[in-house]
Design a protein around this ligand. Structure first.
Ligand SMILES: C[C@@](CO)(OP(=O)(O)O)[C@H](O)COP(=O)(O)OP(=O)(O)OC[C@H]1O[C@@H](n2ccc(N)nc2=O)[C@H](O)[C@@H]1O
Ligand SMILES: Nc1ncnc2c1ncn2[C@@H]1O[C@H](COP(=O)(O)OP(=O)(O)O)[C@@H](O)[C@H]1O
Length: 270
C-alpha cells in the first residue's frame, strides 16, 4: 500500500495587521504582513472511497472530526469544484491551539487543498478557486509564503524580506480560545494609517482582543521582558502572541522560562 502523503499546516503570523475600514461585503479592510512558521499541524492523506477524517494530537479534544471541520469542508469544496468522485482518508495531528489567531483551521484547510490536489491529480487552479470561500486567511495559508495581504486579507502579493527567514520565534498563548468575529466587532472604527515598515507597525485588533482576554497584556509584557527579544506582538485576532528573537539560544531560554499554564511553541520563520 502507498504511504500517505504528509503536509505541514504551518502556523500563520500577522507580523503587522492594520485595519483600514470596511469592505462592501461587511468584512474589514486589512493591510497585513503574513509570515509562516516552520512548525504547525500535520495532515496526511491516503486514497479511500469516501472522505474520512480522524483527529489526534494535543488539541484534538478542542475540535470535532465532524462535517464542519475545515479539513472536510475544504475536501468537499475541492471535490465539487473539480468534479472528481474520489475520496481520501485524512488524518489531522492537531498541535496548534484552536481559535488562537495563528490560522490553525485555515492552515489545515489549505494543507487539505494541497494534498488532495496531488492525490486526485487535479488542476491546482481548483484549490485557488475554492480557498477564499473557506475563510479570509485560507488563500494566504495555501501560499504559505511571506506575503502582503490587502482587501479582506485575501488579496496577496508575496514579498521577499531580507533576514526574515530563519528568525527564531516563540509563540505564546494563554490557553483562552478567542473567536475572530467578536474581536473585529470590538474594533473602534479608527483608521490609524497604512502599513509601511512592518516593524514600526501595529496590530489594530490588539486593544479589542485585550478587552476580551486581559491575559494577552500579561503575555505581551512577559515576552517583552525576555532577554534577546527584538519585537513582541499579538497575531491575528489573538490570543496568541509572538516574540521574535535575536538568536536561538535566547529564544530557548525564554521558552524554558515560559509559565507552565500557557501554551508555547519554539519555532522559526520560514
Ligand atoms: C484576523 C485574521 C488575520 O489574518 O486572522 P485570525 O485571527 O482568524 O487567525 C483574519 O482576517 C481572519 O481570517 P479567517 O479566520 O479566515 O476569517 P473568516 O473565517 O473569513 O471570518 C471570521 C470572522 O471575522 C470577520 N472578518 C474576517 C476577515 C476580515 N477581513 N474582516 C472581518 O470582519 C468575518 O466577518 C467573520 O465574522
Ligand atoms: N481543523 C480545524 N482547526 C482549527 N479550527 C477549526 C478546524 N476546523 C474548524 N475549526 C473552527 O474554526 C474556528 C477558527 O479556528 P482557527 O483557525 O484555529 O483560529 P483563528 O482563525 O483564530 O486562527 C474555530 O472556532 C474552530 O471551531
Amino acid at each position: 500500500m502507498r504511504k500517505p502523503a504528509v503536509d505541514i499546516a504551518a502556523a500563520k503570523l500577522n507580523l503587522a495587521l492594520h485595519v483600514r475600514g470596511r469592505l462592501a461585503d461587511g468584512r474589514h479592510r486589512l493591510e497585513t504582513l503574513f509570515a509562516f512558521c516552520t512548525d504547525g499541524d500535520r495532515l496526511s492523506a491516503a486514497p479511500a472511497d469516501d472522505l474520512l477524517l480522524t483527529v489526534t494530537g494535543p488539541f484534538a479534544a478542542a475540535l470535532d472530526d465532524g462535517e464542519d471541520n475545515l479539513v472536510l469542508r475544504a475536501a468537499r469544496a475541492l471535490r465539487k469544484r473539480s468534479g472528481t468522485s474520489a475520496g481520501a482518508a485524512l488524518q489531522l495531528d492537531k498541535r496548534l491551539p484552536v481559535a488562537s489567531g495563528i490560522g490553525g483551521g485555515s492552515a489545515d484547510a489549505a494543507a487539505a487543498l494541497r494534498l488532495l490536489t496531488a492525490l486526485w491529480r487535479i488542476d491546482p487552479a481548483h484549490a485557488t478557486a475554492v480557498a477564499p470561500g473557506l475563510g479570509s486567511d485560507v488563500p494566504a495559508c495555501l501560499l504559505s509564503l511571506t506575503a502582503r495581504g490587502e482587501g479582506g486579507g485575501d488579496e496577496l502579493r508575496p514579498v521577499q524580506l531580507d533576514g526574515l527567514a530563519g528568525t527564531p520565534v516563540l509563540l505564546v498563548n494563554p490557553r483562552v480560545p478567542l473567536a475572530t468575529g467578536p474581536v473585529f466587532a470590538g474594533w473602534d472604527g479608527v483608521d490609524r494609517g497604512p502599513l509601511g515598515d512592518w516593524r514600526a507597525g501595529r496590530n489594530d485588533l490588539e486593544p479589542s482582543a485585550h478587552r476580551l482576554v486581559p491575559e494577552i497584556g500579561t503575555v505581551l509584557d512577559w515576552l517583552l521582558e525576555q532577554d534577546g527579544v527584538d519585537l513582541a506582538r499579538m497575531s491575528g485576532s489573538g490570543a496568541t502572541c509572538f516574540g521574535l528573537f535575536a538568536d536561538e539560544a535566547a529564544r530557548d531560554r525564554a521558552a524554558a522560562a515560559c509559565p507552565p499554564q500557557w501554551w508555547h511553541l519554539a519555532t522559526f520563520l520560514r
